[in-house]
Design a binder for this molecule. Structure first.
Ligand code: ADP
Length: 487
């Protein structure tokens, strides 16, 4: 423009320079824009403001032109740079959102829960550009946490193991340095972007993963160079950690469901075997008993032993059959309103036959009203007879056994109390499990550990319960509770 400067208006010159400044900032960013603005300011003055070839300004009004040009070009460069930065940010965020959406869909649509988790680990590794990403989930074995994503690229996996347990226990993030030292980091609220790392030379980062205040896993990021994340990466990491937590929770739920299903199947099989075996044993046992009776009448005394033993076996088989019916919910009970007096009367009669002269005191603790409950008379009697039999069996022969019935709010409690050895705390719930006999029990061919299991299930089947308590002064108290009723 210099050859034509005599004809050129100052506005033409200023606009031409402005175009250069704008193109420069658009292409090369803010710094280039501002440098160009400065250069243009000087060139404008030197070449186009008289006297030419000097920085002197003859016409004071030209100062105004120059100043207006300078301010306009700097502000334009700044604005353009900011607009560009915001556009970049928006583009990056849009990409992040798309990325996360894809990842969410992948995690949810993965056929197996651990595949979903592996996908999350892969995305974390590739997005953050690190060497390895592992997600540890709860594991049944020597180590409570095991990596679901085994990545051979992990540069310091062996050392990490111990730290994983630590991070999961304390629920605090930690960082490891290349020299082997570890540092705890302060926790950040879940959902918030991960804050800048507090140490600059961390080569691995361990982040606890929790869902609803429960630790479900640990995310381990490892690198061969020190880890450094920019703001966008930290934001992304926080979102991904949340996906990882959901993925880990899903893995846990699936494992739990599989275990429950296997247990249910085993239980069903056991019940089926129990039912069929006990049923098939009854017929031959009846035949054996009939034959033994016949032989005994012919004078062979040994037949009495066969008869006695087959009777015992028959009782055992009957118990087994009842247990399988109770398990299958196939034993029908007739709960109706009964007087407790009737139940205790029947118990007294039965006990007279089995007590063998021992002191069994049966009493009713109901001063005014008639005590009544809603229960199955036959099965409740069976429970109480079983409890008294146990007391007779386990308590010393010279101690009395007491049976007391009383009302307690909405239930009637019938307690069988003895002065036997009692039951150690560790065994108190186990004794109600079928086939369970404590290790210290004397081997007894006539006990299979079914009595209390059947008794408790019978109690529950009629809306009651059967519990154990330590008796004051030594001994046991087994209490049958049934719903109270009025006659
Ligand atoms: P069983 O008597 O056939 O072994 P039970 O289910 O009736 O089976 O009882 C389970 C276990 O509970 C017994 O082996 C015994 O160790 C313990 N037990 C039951 N009743 C008493 C009691 N009154 N005092 C001490 N221990 C008892």
């Amino acid at each position: 423009m210099v050859p034509f400067r005599a004809e050129l208006d100052k506005a033409h010159v200023a606009l031409a320079f402005l175009i250069v400044v704008l193109i420069g900032s658009a292409a090369g960013g803010r710094l280039l824009g501002i440098l160009l603005a400065g250069g243009a300011f000087v060139a404008f003055n030197w070449l186009f403001l008289p006297p030419y070839g000097t920085l002197v300004i003859a016409n004071p009004l030209d100062w105004l032109v120059l100043l207006a040009f300078g301010v306009t070009s700097v502000v334009a460069a700044q604005l353009l740079a900011r607009a560009q930065r915001e556009a970049d940010d928006a583009r990056r965020r849009a990409a992040e959102v798309t990325h996360l959406a894809t990842l969410g869909a992948e995690t949810l649509s993965a056929g197996r829960a651990d595949e979903g988790l592996r996908a999350v680990a892969d995305v974390i590794r590739s997005t953050l550009g690190i060497a390895a990403c592992e997600i540890y989930v709860r594991h049944e074995g020597d180590s409570p946490w095991a990596p679901i994503t085994s990545d051979t690229g992990a540069p310091n996996a062996p050392r990490t193991r111990a730290n994983v347990d630590w991070v999961a226990d304390r629920r605090l993030p930690a960082a490891e340095r290349a020299d082997g030292t570890t540092r705890t980091l302060s926790a950040w609220p879940s959902g918030e972007p991960v804050p800048p790392l507090e140490i600059s030379d961390a080569v691995s980062l361990l982040v606890p993963l929790s869902v609803q205040e429960r630790t479900v896993g640990v995310l381990v990021l490892a690198n061969d160079r020190p880890l450094a994340f920019d703001a966008a990466q930290r934001r992304f990491l926080s979102a991904l950690a949340y996906y990882a937590a959901l993925g880990a929770e899903r893995v846990r739920l699936v494992a739990e469901a599989e275990r429950a299903e296997a247990l249910r199947e085993a239980d069903r099989l056991k019940d089926a075997v129990l039912a069929s075996v006990s049923h098939d044993l009854r017929t031959p046992l009846t035949t054996i008993r009939a034959l033994a009776e016949e032989i005994r009448t012919e004078g062979d005394e040994r037949a009495a032993i066969i008869e006695e033993e087959s009777l015992r076996l028959n009782r055992f088989v009957a118990d087994l059959l009842d247990l399988s019916r109770l398990n299958a919910g196939a034993l029908s009970l007739h709960s109706e309103v009964n007087a407790i007096d009737d139940l205790l009367g029947a118990l007294g009669e039965r006990v007279a036959g089995i007590a063998g002269g021992r002191d069994v005191r049966i009493s009713l603790d109901a001063p005014d009203a008639i005590l009544a409950g809603r229960f199955d008379l036959v099965q409740s009697l069976r429970i109480l007879v079983n409890l008294v039999e146990n007391a007779l069996k386990y308590a010393p022969a010279d101690t009395p056994i007491e049976v007391v019935a009383r009302r307690d709010g909405e239930v009637v409690r019938i307690s069988v109390m003895d002065r036997g050895p009692g039951i150690p705390a560790s065994e108190r719930e186990q004794i109600f499990t079928a086939f369970y006999r404590p290790a210290y029990s004397i081997p007894d061919a006539s006990s299979a550990g079914l009595g209390l299991a059947i008794a408790r299930r019978l109690a529950e089947a009629q809306g009651g319960q059967l519990d154990y308590a330590v008796r004051e002064g030594g001994g046991s108290v087994f209490t049958l509770s049934v719903p109270a009723a009025s006659l």
